[in-house]
Design a protein around this ligand. Structure first.
Ligand SMILES: *Cc1c(COP(=O)(O)O)cnc(C)c1O
Length: 415
């Protein structure tokens, strides 16, 4: 749906996210959306029911202004419609969205919608641990070929894409979790566009989106989110989102979502909807905090290396960051002296930050990826991607950065 206007003035995303996609008249005048917890919907007439099913099954297309009646909440419900409508302006280039009951549900539905037996998937490593599991333990056994390429090796990714046969999907997670190594989205889009199979480019934008990185403007076809993280922002719910330029891609996901039953439930839609207007505010504060902290910790004698976008030393990585990221974001990882023991005693010593997996919440969290989030990767993959025993990953929240820095410094002293 295109952005709305006031006269000839085009409304910008922070306004759009608050005002579109919701009609108070449909909720007894409530200024904010109500929650519609019904599992089923009453039809006005049997003819309206027949029409609604014909549209839902894709037998007919609705007329432009037609009011197609709701059927049953696994198919669709008002809170999902409102959320999908309101989230679109947050992702530049997007025209349609689909919401899922977790980030993994969004990724799984995308893979199963666009890959068939005998097809090839090219993906970057390291990636979110759950995504790696999904590829190795489910997608590959179904008969799809999966080719992993270490992030940061642009030429190797080009070659993997060019050489692949029956290539349907290129999946990029950038920056890579937990090493923050970046993949050039525009470059991958260019190489994919030249491939005779015209594969789709999918980007997991959880770490820097929707505030700081806009894959659809760089040539990606589909953007995927774990909305559990920054989009919801309070570590109190699970959700996933897919957004695309081409509405046909979202329609395909929705057809599968109906079968899989993994639509986001009304209460969660309502919660996430209320968090959208503050995503950019929160992410900006979190990014500023992280930058101040990371740039100081790099000087600490117990810290061997800090992986953070403004601290990149590789020329190619710096070029990618400048081209595709507005701000460095709130995730960093660091290698500590003393290997696993050094990392564990740092985590034990934290007094403000918590030792927990997940990220993107207003509170600061730290974890040891090799033994937790990434423990499903093989030794070979771990070494290849730099997920070392000494590595600690930090998700910075909105606390006062000076308090967080003091906490990290005292935990490092104790380590
Ligand atoms: C958390 C996460 C996921 C999975 O999302 P869930 O909401 O936990 O299912 C996928 N990708 C990235 C980058 C993540 O951080």
């Amino acid at each position: 749906m295109p952005y709305r206007t006031v006269g000839s003035h085009l409304l910008r995303p922070p306004t759009e996210v608050l005002t579109r996609g919701y009609d108070p008249a449909l909720s007894v005048g409530s200024a904010r959306p109500a929650v519609f917890r019904s599992s089923t919907y009453v039809f006005s007439t049997p003819e309206a029911a027949e029409r609604a099913f014909a549209v839902a099954l894709g037998k007919v297309r609705p007329e432009p202004a037609e009011n197609v009646e709701l059927i049953y909440s696994r198919l669709n419900h008002p809170n999902a419609e409102i959320l999908e409508n309101q989230i679109v302006p947050l992702e530049p280039g997007a025209r349609e969205a689909a919401v899922f009951n977790s980030g993994m549900a969004a990724i799984m539905t995308a893979f199963l919608s666009f890959l068939r037996h005998g097809d090839t998937l090219v993906y970057t490593l390291p990636a979110y641990g759950g995504t790696i599991h999904l590829i190795h333990d489910f997608i590959e056994p179904l008969g799809m070929r999966a080719v992993g390429v270490p992030a940061g090796q642009g030429a190797a990714l080009d070659e993997a894409i060019r050489k692949a046969r029956n290539l349907r999907v290129v999946f990029i997670e950038t920056p890579a979790n937990p090493t923050m190594v970046m993949t050039d989205i525009a470059r991958a889009a260019g190489v994919a566009a030249e491939h005779p199979d015209r594969p789709l480019l999918l980007v997991d934008n959880t770490f820097l989106g929707p505030a700081f990185q806009h894959p659809l403007l760089l040539g990606a076809d589909l953007v995927l989110y774990s909305a559990t993280k920054y989009l919801s922002g309070f570590s109190d719910m699970l959700a996933g989102v897919a957004l695309a330029k081409d509405p046909a891609l979202i329609e395909k996901l929705l057809a599968h979502r109906i079968m899989f039953g993994n639509i986001l439930q009304p209460d969660e839609c309502w919660m996430l909807d209320g968090r959208l207007p503050t995503v950019s505010l929160r992410m900006n504060r979190q990014s500023k905090n992280a930058q101040r902290i990371a740039e100081r910790l790099v000087e600490h004698p117990k810290v061997v290396k800090v992986h953070y976008p403004t601290l990149f030393d590789d020329a190619d990585q710096i070029k990618i960051r400048l081209a595709q990221c507005a701000f460095p974001g709130a995730m960093f990882s660091m290698e500590l002296k003393g290997g696993r023991q050094g990392a564990f005693s740092f985590l034990r010593g934290l007094k403000v930050a918590h030792n927990a997996v997940s990220l993107g919440g207003v509170e600061t969290l730290a974890c040891h990826p090799r033994t937790t989030t990434h423990s499903g990767m093989s030794e070979e993959e771990l070494e290849l991607c730099g997920v070392t025993d000494a590595l600690v990953r930090v998700s910075v929240g909105i606390e006062d950065w000076r308090d967080l820095l003091a906490d990290f410094e005292q935990a490092l002293e104790a380590a």
